[in-house]
Design a protein around this ligand. Structure first.
Ligand SMILES: *Cc1c(COP(=O)(O)O)cnc(C)c1O
Length: 231
């Protein structure tokens, strides 16, 4: 028999606890962001009922529709989820993303930073939590800030008062062992913290490698298919 959503979720939480213990960490300091992309809003509602509240999406069109459908269908007394945007974001989608998302994991280039500053300036009371996405490959055309540019880019981010820099984000294992990339993400995190003491968070680890990521200090796991099933 196929495992239910609840079973898969339970098993992921157990694996997070076990990996945290093995790394001498508390699982309290590790946030599970369930990546709900490619699934309808009904799945997000099921996850809410199961106690999850942090959801990740990677396409603006899908995310903005889903966020409004979830809001419209929210059972009485149920708190709305927090939406995390984790994918590459076109500059012309910034305004839309800001309307439903509280955390951007993929701040990956100066042009996006500039547009965020411009759109946020229109709503002075609004702020956005961000992670700087690292490019861990040798291909400069891939999304993410190259390590050699990280300090300069971090300073640019810190200069935008409406952005709260949480830390760094990476997708590991694109062309090396995930552990090699997780070690580089951790080192980048320590460098960023020399510029901002509060940027202590690390968004890393997906369905296939989250246990390893926990060993390298990941604080925000972005887990999709291992919980939601394939689509
Ligand atoms: C889809 C996605 C994930 C989740 O991937 P799974 O392998 O399904 O866990 C995490 N991060 C980003 C940026 C994604 O696009």
């Amino acid at each position: 028999m196929e495992a239910s959503l609840e079973d898969r979720l339970h098993s992921i939480h157990q694996r997070i606890d076990t990996a945290a213990k093995a790394a001498n960490r508390s699982s309290q300091e590790i946030e599970l962001v369930v990546v709900t992309k490619n699934h309808g809003y009904e799945l997000a509602l099921e996850l809410l009922a199961l106690g999850e509240s942090q959801f990740g999406e990677n396409k603006d069109q899908e995310a903005s529709l889903k966020a409004s459908q979830v809001a419209e269908n929210l059972p009485a007394g149920q708190t709305a989820p927090t939406w995390h945007f984790v994918g590459q974001l076109q500059s012309n989608k910034v305004r839309s993303m800001l309307s439903y998302s509280s955390v951007l994991h993929s701040l990956d280039r100066s042009s996006l930073l500039k547009e965020l500053g411009k759109q946020l300036a229109k709503t002075p009371e609004q702020s956005l939590d961000v992670f700087i996405e690292l490019n861990l490959t040798d291909d400069p055309n891939r999304g993410g800030v190259e390590l050699k540019d990280l300090m300069g880019f971090t300073e640019q981010v810190l200069a935008v008062p409406q952005l709260k820099l949480l830390g760094v984000m990476g997708v590991a294992g694109l062309n090396v062992e995930p552990a090699v990339d997780f070690a580089r993400i951790l080192k980048a995190s320590q460098e960023v913290q020399t510029l901002s003491k509060t940027a202590t968070f690390i968004s890393a680890g997906m369905s296939g490698d989250f246990e390893e990521a926990i060993g390298f200090g990941a604080t925000h796991l972005r887990i999709g298919t291992a919980i939601t099933g394939k689509r």
